[in-house]
Design a protein around this ligand. Structure first.
Ligand code: ADP
Length: 250
């Protein structure tokens, strides 16, 4: 099995290509097993903010993991800024769900966030002062610079989410895949995340946010992609809203 992001390759994005173009995508966790995502097609213009809406188990994380090369593609094609997977992997950042991180790992917040720079560093090249300053700026942007020297095991849920987003920001990617960044966080964190999403979009970057709660966040996005049981559901929110999808909206 060959994963596309094994080698370092930093092609420049094609400015005229869609940020993301997927045709006939099929992904499964076992090479012969049931598809977790099937017949998926999408073309997303650079600079858009899209919601990826669906209940638990719909295939949202599977799609993100396939786009960033963490799962092999069983059929179909994925092109990022006009290139096949892996050609400009430093331009794509995936923010996993908080529950996927080992928060007990002994690491300071600053070290954790600086990991967002690793995509630019070789195995034997340590972070420079510039990398550390970029990480500090991201912590500042998320209003958690005061936590820089705390252990990640000592963070609250909202702080964990801010620190995770700070790590994604340090990569300075052009396509951000955010897996439920607003799930179970306090109101202040929601506001900060919302403001940062607006800023990212204003910088011309492309953002896809997996969410259950599109009804409450609709104004933030240019459109929505709906998923259910690994299948894409076409239509606008009015025709096929979260209730039809069985989302557990608040
Ligand atoms: P969502 O992110 O929308 O909650 P997922 O992409 O996590 O959905 O899951 C889509 C489908 O893939 C589900 O049926 C889920 O059970 C299956 N799945 C997810 N992760 C794994 C895994 N590691 N191994 C096998 N099946 C998985």
């Amino acid at each position: 099995m060959k994963f596309p992001y094994c080698s370092h390759s930093h092609s420049h994005p094609d400015p005229h290509a869609p940020a993301l173009e997927i045709k006939g995508l099929g992904v499964s966790y076992l090479s012969e097993g049931k598809f977790a995502l099937k017949d998926f097609d999408i073309s997303i213009k650079a600079g858009s903010a899209m919601a990826l809406v669906g209940p638990n188990g719909a295939g949202k994380s599977t799609l993100f993991k396939a786009i960033c090369g963490l799962l092999p593609v069983r059929c179909g094609t994925i092109r990022v800024f006009g290139f096949p997977l892996g050609a400009c992997h430093n331009r794509v950042v995936f923010l996993p769900q908080r529950s996927e991180i080992d928060w007990q790992f002994p690491l300071s917040v600053l070290d954790f966030v600086t990991m967002g720079r690793y995509v630019y560093l070789g195995w034997f090249f340590p972070c420079t002062k510039k990398d550390i300053n970029i990480a500090r700026d991201a912590l500042k942007e998320m209003n958690v610079l005061d936590l820089a020297h705390r252990q990640i095991s000592q963070l609250s849920g909202g702080q964990q989410q801010r620190v995770l987003i700070a790590r994604a920001l340090t990569q300075n990617a052009d396509l951000l895949l955010l897996d439920e960044p607003l799930n179970a966080v306090d109101v202040t964190t929601r506001q900060t995340v919302g403001e940062v999403l607006q800023k990212i979009k204003a910088q011309g970057k492309t953002v896809i946010v997996a969410t259950h709660y599109y009804d409450h966040e609709e104004g933030r996005y240019d459109g929505a992609i709906y998923l259910k049981d690994g299948k894409q559901i076409s239509g606008t929110k009015d025709q096929q809203g979260p209730e039809d999808l069985g989302c557990d909206c608040p």
